[in-house]
Design a protein around this ligand. Structure first.
Ligand code: GDP
Length: 441
């Protein structure tokens, strides 16, 4: 799978924090040493890896302590967010404004430039209603023109080529004229690549750029090439000032270095990824989703997010006082239930807790479990809710009737409530305040 080794290594580094009660300078430093090594082994740029771990360190130590969240879970969330940020935070769209809009493709030979030109034309035609023209500007490899023509045929998109012309600048200019005359609102120019960066290639593509003035230049790079991909990107960017990066062959056994470093080194967004040889193997690049995939712990990330959203210090303190004074009542009880419900589907929520997921999969818990509890509490008078002691036999019978339940269910609930109250009181008086807060989640 993609970035498999990196994912495994990161997961292992978080284990250092398992069982730790809180985040400290020492256990964070230890964890991040592992994280950094994992990044370097995935071929992430040295400076990028260093800055990354430093940023995570600061965020981890500055984090407000959430007792609902364990240190290793919090660390996973921070690393996740930082990974997404490193890759650009949000997806960046390709600029297809203009008539015709002109997209110039650049990159080394074998990077997947020609294949991607076809994929992009196909995507913008089917998803964005464009009427594209593909242009073959690789005049050195006769097979390149043929390759593009075959691609064009497969997706029903015309290909402009001039087999006899050896001047790619002219071909590009003619193609734009052709597009205007034939109502094509998008021109995608595939250019020649070399096996390595050379001056002639750079001069040529710069000349094409100056001649047709594309509003979008994409740089295509093979993700499998790691650090080399980053260096190549740097050189192309210095010459072309391109608008975005296309990472191809992400379906292969890539370590992840290119995906993670390019953005921070050249300061240009990754816009697309290629995930196979087929023409529909193209994806818009979503940094957030990529971070999810790298960590493979999306469940923990959402758990922490929800806890952070729900956490309410003031409410926690108010409840603690009530419990200490043995004033926890049915109003608080129902407020707690509503809070839990707000956090989403119960089963989803429970399955997010690491280790719990599998066990409860076949169990039938759903939000309905709360329905009769809520009905019973709602059938109590305000006085009964705040003074559960007064709930005698006749009151219980009335409540059962009013809530459409039976006396046994009412008795059970009151018994449960009493037990909960006793347990809470025992915990708050026994220095178990933190435990109580944990339980509230
Ligand atoms: P160009 O020289 O830059 O135009 O590269 P090509 O488009 O000819 O691609 C070179 C090789 O990489 C071809 O065999 C493609 O089928 C293959 N290729 C391109 N994109 C991808 C991709 O996303 N995944 C995989 N696995 N192969 C790809």
């Amino acid at each position: 799978a993609m970035f498999e080794n990196l994912s495994d290594r990161l997961e292992r580094s978080f284990k250092i924090l398992k069982g730790e009660g809180k985040i400290t300078e020492i256990n964070v430093a230890e964890t991040l040493k592992d994280v950094r090594r994992a990044l370097l082994d995935a071929d992430v740029n040295y400076k990028t890896a260093k800055e990354f771990t430093e940023s995570v360190r600061q965020k981890a130590l500055g984090q407000e302590v959430l007792t609902a969240v364990k240190p290793h879970q919090l660390m996973i969330k921070i690393v996740h967010d930082e990974l997404a940020l490193l890759m650009g935070a949000t997806a960046t769209d390709v600029n297809i404004k203009g008539n015709p809009a002109i997209i110039l493709m650049s990159g080394l030979q074998g990077s997947g430039k020609t294949t991607f030109s076809g994929k992009l034309a196909n995507l913008l035609k089917s998803k964005r209603g464009k009427n594209p023209l593909l242009v073959a500007c690789d005049v050195y490899r006769p097979a390149a023109i043929e390759q593009l023509k075959i691609l064009g045929e497969q997706i029903g998109i015309p290909v402009y080529a001039e087999e006899e012309n050896k001047n790619p600048v002219e071909i590009a200019q003619h193609a734009v004229q052709f597009a205007k005359q034939h109502g094509k609102d998008l021109v995608i120019i595939d250019t020649a690549g070399r096996l390595a960066i050379d001056e002639a290639m750079m001069t040529e593509i710069t000349a094409i750029k100056n001649a047709v003035n594309p509003q979008e230049i994409l740089f295509v790079v093979d993700a499998m090439t790691g650090q080399d991909a980053v260096n190549t990107a740097k050189e192309f960017n210095e010459r072309l000032d391109f608008n975005g990066v296309v990472l191809t062959k992400l379906d292969g056994d890539t370590r992840g270095g290119a995906a993670l470093s390019i953005r921070s080194v050249v300061n240009k967004p990754i816009k697309f990824v290629g995930t196979g040889e087929k023409l529909d193997a193209i994806d818009i690049f979503h940094p957030e989703r990529m971070a999810d995939r790298i960590l493979g712990m999306g469940d923990i990330v959402s758990l922490v997010e929800k806890a952070q959203e729900q956490y309410n210090e003031e409410e926690a303190r108010r409840l603690q006082k009530k419990i200490a004074k043995n004033q926890f009542d049915f109003n608080d009880f129902i407020a707690q239930i509503q809070q839990i419900k707000k956090m989403g589907n119960l089963k989803d929520l429970a399955s997010m807790i690491p280790g719990v997921g599998k066990q409860i999969k076949d169990l039938d818990i759903d939000d309905d479990a709360f329905k009769s509890i809520e009905a019973i509490i709602c059938s109590m008078t305000p006085k009964e809710r705040s003074n559960p002691e007064i709930l005698n036999g006749s009151r219980r019978a009335r409540i059962a009737k009013g809530s459409g339940t039976n006396i046994q269910e009412v008795n059970n609930l009151i018994k449960q409530f009493d037990q909960t109250r006793k347990m809470m009181r025992a915990m708050t008086s026994g220095g178990g305040k933190a435990m109580l807060r944990n339980m509230r989640r």
